[in-house]
Every structure is written in C-alpha cells, then in structure tokens.
Design a protein around this ligand. Sequence first.
Ligand code: F6P
Length: 327
Amino acid sequence: MRPRSLSHLGVLTSGGDSPGMNAAVRAVVRAIAHHGLRSSSIQRGFDGCIKGSIAPMGPRDVSNIISRGGTILGSARSEEFRTAEGRTIAAKQLRDQGIDGLVVIGGDGTFTGAHILEQEHGIPCIGLPGTIDNDLVGTDRTIGFDTAIHTAVDAIDKIRDTASSHDRLFFVEVMGRDTGYIAMQCALACGAEYVMIPEVVQSVDQLLDALSAGAGKKSSNIVIVAEGDEEGGAFVIADKVRDRTSSYDIRVSVLGHIQRGGSPTANDRILASRTGVAAVEAMLKGQSSCMVGLVNDEIAITPFKQAIAGVKTIQPDLMRVLAILSI
Ligand code: F6P
C-alpha cells in the first residue's frame, strides 16, 4: 500500500448519534492537525455534504467537547444521499472546498454511504464505529455502547427498587433494532430474570417457564427486551403474557432515547480517541473504504463491506450464565 498525499480532510457524524462521537471528532481533528493537514467540519452528516454546510475546523474548535454527549456536528439520515444525483452533488461540494478525503463517524448506514461515495467519485473515506448498538463486525465495542449500557443499567436498577416494593413483573425495553447487545449486557449487569433478544429465538411460553421457576420465591421479576425481538417489543410481549396468565402484576418501561444521550464513559472516550488517531494515520498510509475499530485492545482495520455485512454474534454462553444466576 502506497502512502497517500492528502491535504484537507472532512469529518462528519451520521446516523443515530452516540455518546463519544464528540470525543471522536476531537481526536480526528487533532490528529489531522498533528500531521500537518487541514480539516473541515461537515454539519448533519451527508446532508451537509449535499448542502455545502462545510467550514474549516481546527484543534481549538474541539476544545472541551470530549465529555459532551450528542455530536456538535449534528447528525442526520440523508434520503437525498441515497440517490446517485445526491452523491454527485455531495462529491462536487467536497471537491469545491478542496476536501480530498473524508472521515465518517457512524454505523452501518454511514459506512454504506461512504463506501458508495468512494466507489463512484474516488473520494477516499475511512470510518469510526459510532453507534450504541455494537452491531459492527471488526470492533469489540462501538463508540457509545459502554455509555448506553451504563445509562440503561442505572435506570433498570431504579426499576428494580420499585418492582421489589410492589412484587411486580417488569418488561424493560432497551434499544437494539436488529441486535440484542445492549439487552444482553444489561440483563447480566442488572441480575435480570430473563432476556429476549433477536439473535436467539425464544417463545413467550419459554419465558413463562423460566419465570415460574422462581414463583413464590422472588419479590420481583425483570425481563429485558431488545426492541428488535422477534416476539415484539416490551408492550407486545407483556400483552402476550397477560393473555396467558394473571399470576403477575405487570408493568412496562421503555427506556428509549435516554440511552443515546449523556456524557460518555471513560471507556468510550478512550475508544474514540484511539480509533480517531488511527483512522487519520491509516488514511495517510493509503487505507480507505474501511472502518477502524479495536479488537483485543489492538487497532483493527476492517473493510466497510465486511463491517456492515458480517454478523456479529452474541456469545451463547452469556445466556447460560444469565440462566444460572437468575434462579
Ligand atoms: O442508534 C441506533 C438505534 O439506537 C437503534 O437501536 C434504534 O432502533 C434507532 O437508533 C432509533 O433511532 P432514531 O429514533 O434516531 O431513528
């Protein structure tokens, strides 16, 4: 691979925001400055490329953002960028600003867009995994996942307090449209009685069997439901349980977007900082159309196509551990 001669990189955040995106922007902008290049911010993801919402950004512009949630660049899911015409406008805007490479921070949709942009218009793109869902192959953790779990665990602990006081069964829905990573980790961390995730097919009858094992012994039951579970979300599953039995006093709590906000944990800030610097350096070495992650605490570079299309499995042993501990 030949080193690439670049002078000006753009940085954007796209898709659902995640805590640690700002730490990633800071790392990218400062690494760019360290290597003597110019950088520009692009507002609201690929939408900002199309609209030309692009402005110079230097190391001091990213001061004191490492601890802030959300993204100072704004984020969006751009419909126009899905069209060839939209991408042509975006590429022209970038070229008009003198931008000769792009660092994108986001999830699978972001990487899909960046991959197509590079293929069609030859603008090298490199990605950082910014999503709370942890659903990208090529990194043990995505930026924001750790914070999202901490936020959810804090909320579920509080739900346990009230559940125990009233002898109730709670269904708590956490985020994860296609994956159960957040749900699985929360279930283990909160000592939940059961977890429903899209990766493992489990029926409501299986859930009831598991709960009945603790009947009469427990003052509360908590079932964590990933929003993308096959049986439905927490409200749907709660109704299915109500249809089958009246043994439980049931409540439902959907944690929702609270999981996407807040100050990032130290782990997310460190992950963002390390991958941000590595992404800029990989780009200068000639890498592109790939995501920079962390595997076994080492920087790992994975082609966009693989990061998106690969299936990241949840270790089956985690379900077993949960079952052993929830007696
Ligand atoms: O960021 C990913 C995610 O958290 C999914 O788990 C969830 O389904 C989705 O975002 C919802 O995002 P929005 O409300 O922004 O469409």
